[in-house]
Every structure is written in structure tokens, then in C-alpha cells.
Design a protein around this ligand. Structure first.
Ligand code: GYE
Length: 327
């Protein structure tokens, strides 16, 4: 009996050993070659720039072009819409036809993009909204990269409150009517402005020096120099307005000026005593735009809202900072 049990055990051990030694079941087939990740060298990016209205814009265009070159992307399709939404729309349509990989759109105004964004979506081309916002449904674009314009307006109001502690009458020269930048800055400014400061008039200068100067001249004709402050939506318009103020004999500091952008021109105007606070708006968005575009090309998840970190600049250290300013 013992012998039988032993031989059964030996048998079982042998079987299991043989079993172990037996060739394994055929391996599962290799997954069909994993999709190779796209690189910058594969990328064609469309940038239908809205115009060349300001130093901010010039710096933004340069940032896009320089970054495209540094990263070695396949092709950048760049155009200048001269501040006309219809030109941006036809530039986008042409990019869709060319079959670009990604469209990065800095929209001149907030409204009117639904149709063309739907066309891009139907063509399977992701769109990144850059700089100013759009009012279109968020499902029509992949993400937005840019500044918080409302926060910039709030910061400008805090500076005006500080500069006019006893209140006063001020004027506003706003950016392009209907643009996300002008809408946000105007809204934020009003939300935080002290109640003893009164905005007696507001006119657009379309973000350009050339258009802001006559706006300031008309303000001076209408209201004289008896105003305490000016909120101007960008440095280019501030520079245009300052020309009009100089011609009218106003001295730097007589009227407190709060501006936006922080361009070299704005810094010089602070050094010269004209601008008392310059709310930063950073145009150097190239690196973020291309990084996000590559993620979209690879179908990776992206953040929907990427806001730029910004600050406020003052005359006190403007001279020290000016040489290192990139725009
Ligand atoms: O402040 C202005 C430019 O949209 C943030 O546009 C941009 C604005 C900027 O013309 O200078």
C-alpha cells in the first residue's frame, strides 16, 4: 500500500514537472504597433493674427514666429487680418482647406465665430482661442490661452483708487469695441472703482496711437483739463493721448494715467512721469500655444483655460526694468 501511495506521488510530481516543462501556450499577439507620437516636426499650425495695431500685437506675432522656428515645426500659416473679423474668418477657412493640424485664433471681437468654429470642428481641426475671448459655445474650441482681462480692469481700478484718494472725474479711452480685452477691462474697472470717482465719458481708440490722439483732443475740447484721471486700455493709446495732452500744455502727473500692457513705450512714459501705473498684459504666448497644440495633435487631455500670470508696473522701478523688457 505504501509503495502504491509513493508511486502515485512520484507520478504526480513527474506529471507536474513535465507539465511545467511543457511549452507555454502561444503568447498573445503583440498589440498592433502603438501609434507613434506626433512631434513638432509634424505640426502645421495656423495663426490668423488679428492685426498689427499695437506694440503688444507686434510682440505677440514675433513670439509665435520665433517659437515656431525654435521648435522646428513643419509649417506656420500666419496672416494679418488688419483688425477685420471677416479677414480672420476667410483666413481660417483657407487653413481648413489646407488641412492644417491646429488653428490658434486671437479673435478681434468676441462675437460671430460660431459658424467658422463649427466648420473647423467638422473638419476635425482643434482650435485654440488665444489672447482675447470668444462668446461662442465652449464645445466649439479646445481651450483658451490668454490674460484675465477683467482682472486687469480690476487692477487698473485699484490703482486709480490709490491715485485719487479724494475721488474725482476721469475719462476712459477703451480698446476695440466688442473685443474681449475692451469688454473685460471696462467691466473689471467699473466693478472695483471707488464710488467717489466718476467716469464722465468713454470713447474707443481701437487700441492704436493714431486713433487715440484725436479721441483725447476731442475730450480736451469738451471737458478742458479739469479732469483728474484717465484710464486707457493700452500703452499705444496712452502714447497717442499723451501727444494730445502735451500739445494742450498739460504737464506730466497733472492728470493721473493708468494704462495696460507694460510695453517699452509704456515704461518710457512712466519714466517721463506721464503714466502712474501700468497693468501688465503679457503677449509672449508662443511657447504655451505650441505646447498645447502638440498635446491636441496627440489627442492628449488639455486644460481648457490657461491664464497668464501678470502684475502691475510702477514708475519707481521703470528705469531699472526697462532694459530687460522684451516688448
Ligand atoms: O492689450 C492691446 C492689443 O488683446 C490683450 O490688444 C490684447 C490687447 C492689448 O492691441 O495692446
Amino acid at each position: 500500500m505504501k509503495k502504491l501511495v509513493l508511486s502515485v506521488i512520484i507520478c504526480l510530481v513527474l506529471v507536474s514537472l513535465i507539465g511545467c516543462a511543457a511549452p507555454a501556450a502561444p503568447a498573445a499577439p503583440e498589440p498592433t504597433a502603438t501609434k507613434a507620437k506626433k512631434t513638432y516636426a509634424d505640426m502645421t499650425l495656423c495663426y490668423p493674427q488679428l492685426g498689427a495695431e499695437s506694440d503688444w500685437r507686434t510682440a505677440n506675432s514675433a513670439s509665435i514666429k520665433e517659437t515656431a522656428q525654435q521648435l522646428g515645426i513643419k509649417k506656420l500659416v500666419f496672416s494679418d487680418a488688419q483688425q477685420k473679423p471677416e479677414n480672420q474668418i476667410s483666413a481660417i477657412r483657407s487653413c481648413i482647406q489646407q488641412g492644417v493640424d491646429v488653428i490658434a485664433l486671437p479673435p478681434v471681437v468676441e462675437d460671430g465665430w460660431d459658424a467658422v468654429l463649427t466648420e473647423a470642428k467638422n473638419a476635425g481641426i482643434p482650435v485654440i482661442i488665444v489672447d482675447r475671448s470668444v462668446s461662442a459655445d465652449p464645445s466649439l474650441y479646445a481651450a483658451h490661452i490668454g490674460s484675465n482681462m477683467k482682472l486687469e480692469g480690476e487692477r487698473a481700478a485699484a490703482e486709480m483708487n490709490r491715485l485719487l484718494p479724494n475721488g474725482g472725474k476721469i475719462l476712459e479711452i477703451s480698446g476695440t469695441t466688442g473685443s474681449g480685452a475692451a469688454v473685460g477691462r471696462a467691466e473689471g474697472f467699473r466693478a472695483k472703482l471707488n464710488s467717489n470717482i466718476q467716469i464722465i465719458d468713454t470713447q474707443t481708440g481701437n487700441f492704436t496711437r493714431a486713433e487715440a490722439k484725436p479721441v483725447m483732443e476731442a475730450f480736451l475740447n469738451k471737458y478742458g483739463t479739469d479732469i483728474q484721471g484717465l484710464f486707457i486700455h493700452n500703452d499705444d493709446m496712452a502714447i497717442g493721448a499723451i501727444e494730445a495732452l502735451k500739445a494742450a500744455g498739460v504737464k506730466p502727473g497733472d492728470i493721473k494715467i493708468v494704462s495696460v500692457d507694460g510695453t517699452r513705450g509704456g515704461f518710457q512714459a512712466m519714466i517721463d512721469g506721464w503714466i502712474q501705473a501700468d497693468v501688465e498684459c503679457n503677449p509672449l504666448l508662443g511657447p504655451q500655444v505650441f505646447e498645447l497644440a502638440l498635446k491636441l495633435m496627440n489627442g492628449e487631455p488639455v486644460e481648457r483655460e490657461i491664464l497668464t500670470n501678470e502684475t502691475v508696473y510702477y514708475p519707481e522701478n521703470a528705469a531699472e526694468l526697462l532694459p530687460s523688457r522684451k516688448y
